[in-house]
Design a protein. Structure first.
Length: 241
């Protein structure tokens, strides 16, 4: 019985071995990729493949492996050139914006009254920055009369949009638009909370006709300096005897 079992096992092993030898192995993309990654010298051992392999190209028909590599490198270089161009344009825009803000700060510091200060802010917003409108809401009454001052109660806007944040970027409801700008705004707005000595004194509202201009992803570095200076100057001109 023991010999018969051994013979049966041996016969089965031989049958399996023959089956493995005759069975075709299906090569998948993953198997080929793994082989090439584990054997980086493959094309060095088979240099004729580099030029003899022909790859399908939607625009050029068939190309060699070398031509495909060159094409991919050109595309990569072109993409990097476009990215560098965009970065240079952004850097140039930021430089111009920084220069504009620096000049505006000096002009604001030279203002001798709140009325002159608001004139300067309105001009900078609508003329230099080419934005639509500039408004200021103060949470306590003042004797100043200026076209930029909001005379309606916008406490609800302050609470809804700026309770937890220093800025609000995007669109506001029609009812809020009518309170802040006295009309509908087709584009986007930014609301900037004004705080001095840890006391909220109101907010600035600036509108743009471009619906994408004021975006929540905007950088607030320059705006942070701007809002602190404006809050300080408004407080000095309006609330300090």
């Amino acid at each position: 019985m023991s010999n018969e079992k051994e013979q049966a096992v041996t016969a089965e092993m031989l049958a399996n071995q023959q089956l493995l030898q005759t069975e075709e192995i299906t090569l998948s993309d993953d198997i080929i990729v793994s082989f090439l990654e584990e054997n980086p010298e493959f094309f060095n051992r088979q240099p004729q493949l580099v030029t003899s392999l022909r790859l399908h190209d939607n625009q050029r028909g068939t190309v060699s492996l070398v031509e495909r590599q060159q094409q991919q490198l050109r595309q990569k270089v072109h993409g990097l050139e476009e990215e560098i161009t965009q970065l240079m344009a952004i850097a140039n825009q930021n430089e111009q914006l920084f220069a504009l803000y620096s000049d505006l700060y000096l002009r604001l510091l030279d203002c001798h009254s709140a009325d002159e200060l608001l004139d300067c802010l309105y001009q900078a917003t609508t003329e230099l920055l080419s934005l639509s409108d500039f408004k200021l809401w103060l949470n306590q009454p003042v004797t100043l009369a200026h076209s930029c001052l909001i005379d309606k109660d916008c406490g609800g806007v302050l609470q809804n949009r700026l309770t937890k944040d220093e800025y609000y970027f995007g669109r506001i409801q029609q009812s809020e638009q009518e309170l802040v700008f006295s009309e509908q705004c087709e584009g986007s707005v930014v609301l900037i909370k004004l705080v001095h000595h840890q006391q909220v004194i109101g907010f600035l509202a600036i509108s743009s006709k471009d619906a994408e201009h004021f975006d929540p992803r905007m950088d607030t570095l320059l705006l942070s300096q701007f809002r602190k200076l404006v809050a300080k100057l408004l407080y000095q001109h309006l609330f300090v005897a």
